[in-house]
Design a protein around this ligand. Structure first.
Ligand SMILES: C[S@@+](CC[C@H](N)C(=O)[O-])C[C@H]1O[C@@H](n2cnc3c(N)ncnc32)[C@H](O)[C@@H]1O
Length: 332
C-alpha cells in the first residue's frame, strides 16, 4: 500500500476508533470488573499479554502493578500511538512492548502468566474470533496461566422491543422497507438497551470454555423455547453474553455500556398463551433465525436472514423502471 493510501485509511479509521474508545473507556461496569480481576492475579512475578490492547489501559494497569513483562498487541494501526502516549502519561512507556499486528500472525517469544483479551468486540460468538482465542491460548499461555475472559455463555430471551421510529408525520406506507429491515439483526448500544423489555427467562445457547476447547463449537441451529402467557407482545429475541473474567468476577453484557445486546426481530404472532421456539444460526454472512409456535401448529413459522433480504432487494431493483447514468470516473 502506498503512503497516500495508508494515510487515507488511517484518517478514515480515526473517527470510528475515537467513538468506540469513548464508549469503552466510559464503561464503568466493564472497567471495574476487569480491573478487579487483573489486580487479583498480577504482581512483580507476572508476565502479562494484552491482545486487542485498544487504548492500552489493561497493559498500563499491569505495568503499574509491577508486572515483570508486559506486551500489548493491537491490530488497528490508528490505536498504536494511543497505547504509547497513554503509557507515557502514566509513567510506564518503557515497560510495555507494543506490537502492531493481528494476534494470529504475530510472533512473540516466551509464554505469559496472564493473558487479557477483549478482541471480541461486537462479535463475541464469531467463528473467527473464537479461533483467534484458541490460537492465542495455545501459543502464548503458560501452563497454569490465567486467561481473561476464560469462559463465555451466550443467552437468548424473548423481548418486546420498543419502537425507535420517529412518529409518523407523513401518511405514507413504508412496509417494504420495514419487512426488509426485519431480516437484519440489530446491535442495541448501552443507551438503547432499555428499549428491550424482557418477557421470558434467558436460555443458554452456547457455553464456551476457552481453557479447554480446541475447535470452535457449532453455531448453527442453536435452539431455545419459552412457555409464555402472552406471546403476542414478543417481537424479537435478544442475545447477550456472560463473560467470566475469573470464576467469581462475571459480567453480563446487558449491564456493560460498551458491549451490545443482539436483537433478532420478527413479526409478533397473534397468539396469547403458548410456546415460542427459536432456531438461530450465528454467522456474520449466512446467519438466520426461525421462530415458531409449536403449541399452535396451524401457525406458520417465520424465517429471517440478510440473505433473503438481499435477494428480495436485488430482484426488486431489477424490476424497478429507472434510468442509470455512469459516472465518467467509474471504472467498468
Ligand atoms: C473490545 S476492544 C478492547 C480494547 C481494549 N481492551 C481497551 O479497553 O481499550 C477490542 C480490540 O481488539 C482489537 N482486535 C480485534 N481483533 C484483533 C486481533 N485478532 N489481533 C489484535 N487485535 C485485535 C480491536 O482493534 C480493538 O481495539
Amino acid at each position: 500500500m502506498k503512503k497516500k493510501e495508508r494515510d487515507e485509511k488511517f484518517a478514515a479509521h480515526m473517527p470510528g476508533v475515537l467513538q468506540y474508545h469513548r464508549l469503552m473507556l466510559g464503561d464503568a461496569v466493564r472497567n471495574r470488573l476487569l480491573a478487579k480481576a487483573i489486580k487479583q492475579v498480577v504482581n512483580e512475578e507476572t508476565s502479562f499479554l494484552d491482545i486487542g490492547a485498544g487504548s492500552g489501559i489493561w497493559a498500563i494497569l499491569a505495568a503499574k502493578l509491577g508486572a515483570k513483562r508486559v506486551v500489548a498487541v493491537e491490530i488497528e494501526e490508528a490505536l498504536i500511538p494511543f497505547i504509547y502516549k497513554h503509557a507515557q502519561e502514566n509513567g510506564v512507556a518503557n515497560k510495555i512492548e507494543i506490537i502492531h499486528g493481528r494476534s494470529d500472525d504475530v510472533k512473540i517469544k516466551g509464554k505469559f502468566d496472564v493473558i487479557v483479551s477483549e478482541l471480541f468486540g461486537g462479535d463475541a460468538m464469531g467463528a473467527e474470533t473464537i479461533k483467534s482465542f484458541i490460537d492465542l491460548r495455545t501459543r502464548f499461555l503458560a501452563a497454569d496461566g490465567v486467561l481473561m475472559p476464560h469462559r463465555l455463555i451466550s443467552f437468548a430471551a424473548p423481548v418486546h422491543l420498543r419502537s425507535d421510529d420517529v412518529p409518523a408525520t407523513l401518511d405514507f406506507g413504508t412496509d417494504f422497507l420495514r419487512s426488509v429491515q426485519l431480516n437484519y439483526p440489530i446491535n442495541l448500544t448501552a443507551v438503547e438497551k432499555n428499549r428491550a423489555q424482557y418477557l421470558g427467562e434467558p436460555v443458554p445457547l452456547v457455553d464456551i470454555d476457552f481453557r479447554n476447547i480446541d475447535t470452535p463449537p457449532p453455531l448453527a441451529n442453536l435452539t431455545a423455547s419459552w412457555k409464555l402467557e402472552d406471546l403476542s407482545k414478543v417481537n424479537a429475541i435478544a442475545t447477550f453474553n456472560r463473560h467470566y473474567f475469573t470464576e467469581k468476577i462475571q459480567m453480563d453484557s446487558r449491564k456493560s455500556q460498551s458491549w451490545g445486546v443482539g436483537i433478532y426481530p420478527f413479526e409478533p404472532f397473534a397468539v396469547k398463551k403458548g410456546e415460542l421456539s427459536l432456531s438461530l444460526t450465528i454467522d456474520a454472512k449466512q446467519g438466520n433465525w426461525t421462530v415458531a409456535v409449536p403449541s399452535n401448529p396451524e401457525i406458520r413459522p417465520q424465517s429471517y436472514s440478510p440473505v433473503f433480504a438481499f435477494t428480495r432487494v436485488r430482484m426488486s431493483q431489477q424490476m424497478t423502471p429507472h434510468r442509470k447514468f455512469k459516472s465518467p470516473t467509474t471504472k467498468k
